[in-house]
Write a protein that binds this ligand. Sequence first.
Ligand code: ATP
Length: 235
Amino acid sequence: MSLLEVSGLEAGYETGQILFGIDLAIEEGEAVGLLGRNGAGKTTTMRAIMGADLPRIIDGSIRYRDAELLDRKSYDRADQGISFVPEERQLFPRLTVTENVHIAASAAEDPLPAEEMFDLFPELDEMRDRHAKNMSGGEQQMLAIARALVSNPDLMLLDEPCEGLAPQIVERLEDVVTRINDERGVTVLIVEQNVATAMAVADRHYILDEGRIVEEVTTDRLREDDELRQRHLGV
Ligand code: ATP
């Protein structure tokens, strides 16, 4: 049994259908990439899994630990161990690092002690009293991931965590996500436009094109196959 299994998922918005039958499966402990060009439907897939900013579900199923997720509310999905780091980060800008973390921990059934989280994020440890709005983009992204981590998830969904950030920060975030996966055993599904980041973090990838999964590839194959990257990702 896979930790997460999406079958025949069709979904969209008022404006029209976006996903036309997504099938993917993630085993416990894996780190998996979800790749594709702009508008391919990556974020919509993440939202459907989390039940957030709900796209209209037309058909299909999303099973988590062999139970259907689609009839559950977003907060139920979070209680079951799924956490989502959305592209917009959704921090509380006027609250400090500590307060942002505390709110996430108090909403969780079995939170990770904040000190364990700060071990992974020494840079946040040093700015516990800083307001989120006064942090750099990279620091805010770290806080968004830290906040997801204190909810002690089994599955972490990351939507383009490295978008728009400087190369050193991207490297640091890749390292953090890898450690969350390797050392804490959190299963990771990461959406990335930046293929290098996806390859640094994940072992295997699904490629989405116009709302359909067109390839499932290992990192090695993705690295070697220039034509495949060019065809589906334009890089
Ligand atoms: P990107 O990297 O641009 O975020 P993506 O692969 O994540 O791409 P989605 O964000 O899932 O793609 O968007 C797929 C399509 O759905 C796009 O055409 C987008 O304009 C549309 N879309 C996204 N959110 C909404 C919404 N709330 N209402 C209507 N259409 C939407």
